[in-house]
Design a binder for this molecule. Structure first.
Ligand SMILES: *[C@@H]1O[C@H](CO)[C@@H](O)[C@H](O)[C@H]1NC(C)=O
Ligand SMILES: *[C@@H]1O[C@H](CO)[C@@H](O)[C@H](O)[C@H]1NC(C)=O
Ligand SMILES: *[C@@H]1O[C@H](CO)[C@@H](O)[C@H](O)[C@H]1NC(C)=O
Ligand SMILES: *[C@@H]1O[C@H](CO)[C@@H](O)[C@H](O)[C@H]1NC(C)=O
Ligand SMILES: *[C@@H]1O[C@H](CO)[C@@H](O)[C@H](O)[C@H]1NC(C)=O
Length: 535
């Protein structure tokens, strides 16, 4: 897909409320929906919206109790520190108003006459509305004609027809919102947005549509919505204005900003966007890092095939399937059969897959051992010759076993299903153990233990793959998870005198590697440590 870019500068037509544009790399506005039940509450929220950096507010009249149109609208316009958009959404378009249609449209006309900067008119009534205004529209008021689809996202052709219909109905600004059943639905909306000859708002509702609300700044959307608080939204999937500005660096996005993201399902909990965006910002790297809730990774890569989508982290459950999506994978990823980092080469668009999980984990473990032995540097790994026990033969277990072996450790795999353990042990060249035998496994002291199973995960927090009394034989115990930072296993290991390394160090370690591949720049290690310490 080729994203050609047509740029529209469309000023906020509101005299003294002109948005100052010095720091911005895009003209896309951020609108905060205001949905109070009382005018007083709305006025308070408009103040908060302004303080948060909003360009305008959308006043949702359909949520007001005891609505007195002329008086209330006057007050709202007078009290708003930023330009106003008035919306009076009927039930038949997903809003709350269920009264007389003529009265509703009268209220919108009134808002226009009283000095609203924008009004939102639904496509179904737009022509009628235009006729009723009969050319008496105040110069400064712009009409947004909107259409909502709460079921799905139509084809590009159908969307183009919709946009043409909206345009022909007398719209100054075209708005359509559809529903994402799959993240690839959003690509069609970007395509329409990029090619639009009129100011356009194209948003896709739902968690799978989140990127439409962030990347519209790159693709030339007229505005996006950012809420004041988490979860208090006027449409499903809206981010907060704080996230748009601070997390995604919304104002710094431009047509040439590269998109990076973490592919997973679920993915909303991932801290990667915080980590990478903060680092991008610190060096002025022209990229944005987003959550990508992906159901079908092959379809994702077929759809987002342009160079704009430049690099990806990949997590559960897609690490194995990701291998097939890449044109080439490195030898480690190939042997493990899992990829956690994908780079699109900008010269030819080819996808390269890597596995940096193991690098992060292994170097965190090496650091832990060096700290314990008080040796620095050295040519050989601190793991060389050590007995390395991995619990679990899944993706993470495989990566660790492979990585430890490559560093010269003697590897033992313990799995509840002995056959699984044996299979992996044969592949990497190690020994197998059933989980039941782990308790009495103590050929020597100073061993290393790595837990990669879900035993002890919420809600079964009282389970453990190895009893505490058996931990005394281990010099170092590692856990692959970073929430919670200290698991039961790590707590008991520490009490038994072992050095502990948590998944947080592994997460940061693999992030260094990925960052360098994403940007071609050295990772800001201290910033990574500092950012993660906050969460
Ligand atoms: C709006 O926000 C700006 C920037 O934070 C601030 O300087 C200004 O005083 C605010 N205006 C009002 C009316 O609160
Ligand atoms: C809207 O109204 C104006 C003035 O009455 C008219 O010139 C224009 O053609 C109308 N537009 C549409 C799409 O009906
Ligand atoms: C570790 O090394 C540092 C100097 O590099 C030294 O000051 C410290 O005493 C050593 N600790 C142990 C336990 O040997
Ligand atoms: C055993 O290995 C399988 C993968 O082959 C993995 O899914 C499972 O979590 C492991 N279980 C235990 C208890 O080691
Ligand atoms: C073992 O590791 C998993 C994550 O891989 C973690 O959820 C679990 O809590 C750990 N088990 C214990 C007993 O700490």
């Amino acid at each position: 897909m080729c994203f050609r870019f047509f740029f529209f500068f469309f000023q906020v037509a509101s005299g003294s409320k002109l948005v100052s544009g010095s720091m911005r790399k895009n003209p896309t506005l951020i609108c905060v929906p205001i949905m109070g039940e009382s005018v007083d509450k709305m006025v308070v929220d408009m103040g908060k919206a302004n303080a948060s950096g909003a360009d305008l507010v959308e006043i949702r009249l359909d949520g007001l109790k005891n609505f007195n149109p002329r008086e209330n609208i006057k007050t709202l316009i007078k009290e708003s520190p930023v330009p106003t958009l008035f919306t009076y959404r009927p039930i038949w378009e997903g809003g709350q108003y269920d009264g007389d249609e003529n009265k509703r449209v009268d209220v919108l006309r009134l808002a226009m006459e009283l000095g609203a900067d924008y009004i939102d008119v639904e496509l179904q009534v737009a022509r009628e509305f235009n006729d009723s205004v009969r050319g008496k529209k105040p110069e400064k008021c712009k009409v947004i004609v909107s259409s909502h689809n709460y079921q799905y996202t139509p084809s590009v052709e159908d969307l183009s027809n919709l946009v043409a219909r909206i345009q022909a109905s007398g719209a100054d600004i075209v708005k359509f919102a559809t529903t994402a059943l799959d993240i690839t639905d959003v690509a069609r909306v970007f395509q329409i947005t990029v090619h639009s000859q009129v100011p356009i708002i194209g948003l896709v509702m739902g968690e799978r549509g989140l990127i439409s609300r962030i990347l519209c700044a790159k693709f030339g959307g007229f505005l996006t919505f950012g809420t004041l608080e988490n979860g208090i939204v006027s449409a499903p999937g809206q981010p907060t204005i704080k996230d748009l500005l601070d997390l995604y660096n919304f104002r710094q996005m431009g047509p040439d900003t590269k998109v990076f993201g973490i592919i997973g399902k679920p993915v909303g909990h991932s801290k990667s966007p915080i980590l990478y965006n903060e680092a991008f910002k610190s060096v002025g790297f022209n990229g944005v890092f987003v959550h990508l809730l992906v159901d079908d990774i092959a379809k994702f890569f077929q759809t987002y095939s342009s160079n704009d989508f430049a690099g990806f982290s990949c997590t559960i459950p897609h690490k194995e399937a990701a291998v097939k999506c890449c044109d080439e994978v490195d030898t480690v990823a190939k042997s493990i059969g899992a990829v956690n980092c994908i780079i699109r080469r900008q010269s030819d668009g080819k996808l390269f897959g890597y596995n940096t999980d193991y690098v992060g984990a292994i170097s965190a473990i090496e650091d832990g051992l060096r700290g314990r032995l008080n040796v620095s540097g050295g040519v050989s790994s601190a793991l060389a010759g050590k007995l390395f026990v991995v619990i679990g033969a899944g993706g993470a277990g495989k990566a660790l076993a492979y990585g430890a072996k490559a560093k010269g450790a003697r590897v033992v795999i313990a799995n509840r299903t002995y056959d699984r353990a044996r299979e992996l042990a044969e592949t990497v060249g190690g020994h197998a153990l059933s989980l039941a035998d782990l308790e009495n496994f103590n050929p020597e002291d100073g061993m290393i233990l790595a837990n990669t199973t879900s035993i002890g995960m919420q809600p079964k927090v009282d389970e453990t793959p190895i009893p505490k009394h058996a931990l005394g034989h281990y010099a170092l115990v590692f856990d692959a998870v970073y929430t919670p930072k200290i698991t039961r296993l790590l707590r008991e290991a520490e009490e038994s005198g072992a050095t502990i390394v948590s998944g947080l160090e592994m997460f940061i370690g693999q992030a260094y590697e990925q960052y360098e591949r994403f940007t071609g720049l050295p990772a800001p290690k201290e910033l990574f440590q500092k950012t993660m310490a906050k969460y």
